[in-house]
Design a binder for this molecule. Sequence first.
Ligand SMILES: Nc1ncnc2c1ncn2[C@@H]1O[C@H](COP(=O)(O)OP(=O)(O)OP(=O)(O)O)[C@@H](O)[C@H]1O
Length: 312
Amino acid sequence: FDPLSVGIAIGAASALTGYLSYRDLYCRFAECCREEQPLNASALKLDLKEKLFGQHLATEVILKALSGFKNNKNPKKPLTLSLHGWAGTGKNFASQIVAENLHPKGLKSNFVHLFVSTLHFPHEQKIKLYQEQLQKWIRGNVSACASSVFIFDEMDKLHPGIIDAIKPFLDYYEQVDGVSYCRAIFIFLSNAGGDLITKTALDFWRAGRKREDIQLKDLEPVLSVGVFNNKHSGLWRSGLIDRNLIDYFIPFLPLEYRHVKMCVRAEMRARGAAVDEDIVTRVAEEMTFFPKDEKIYSDKGCKTVQSRLDFH
Ligand SMILES: Nc1ncnc2c1ncn2[C@@H]1O[C@H](COP(=O)(O)OP(=O)(O)OP(=O)(O)O)[C@@H](O)[C@H]1O
């Protein structure tokens, strides 16, 4: 065979197999938005179970919410998740796992967008401008990729007016100005409600009950009311709650000493080092725990584990 005829044969074959194989080839080199791509629920489950420590409720709800949403061929609204809990309990980390399971490049994907209140919306007097920019940004990105993911961190520091600007996108509309938002995913992260979650966890602990026995029904009602009435939740009277636009409130429990140790081990493995139990114990013991008498929960969760490990 001469090279020319081989070339023609490949060309003809790809023309016959059609557009898909060209697209597949293209998507090997460039990032593609695969709107209809089903979620690999077992991969997500494995990721959450292996990497996210001490969060049985969050794992369960995230899994249920995403599988249900991605299996629905015709969602009537975008998926909205509101993640709540104490600092360093894994809200950003869980969102990152979710993002990676939806778009392999995760937070680096062109289809995943992270907004941090204090960074992107710092000035109260510029709310009108932020509202317009945000609407434009979301509209543009959802037009380019319907399954875009938007993560709003530090919701408790966000001016409520900003979230009002995106309310129409989160509602049950088939289209808004010719764009459908029904396949998009919005994730809100906040410390609001962290005290209520901790109180419930502590009540269980004091009653001698297992942490794993805490159920969503023990937390969800307190949380949605607590967040709604909390001026600093970012969702305060935003209408998202009373119009039922938040699909799931996801509680993150405060982390215990044993979870901090798990974080230290994970971090050591991630650095390619062998796990040294002496160092694990030393790092965990450097963290501070509350309440004052019982000292059960780490006040920074696993947040400072990485930097503390640098000193050992
Ligand atoms: N439950 C957890 N399981 C495993 N690792 C965790 C967990 N919580 C926190 N970590 C580790 O600690 C780091 C910081 O946590 P993360 O940023 O997710 O906390 P957060 O809940 O978003 O805190 P904040 O409310 O202060 O933003 C993560 O990158 C991760 O390495």
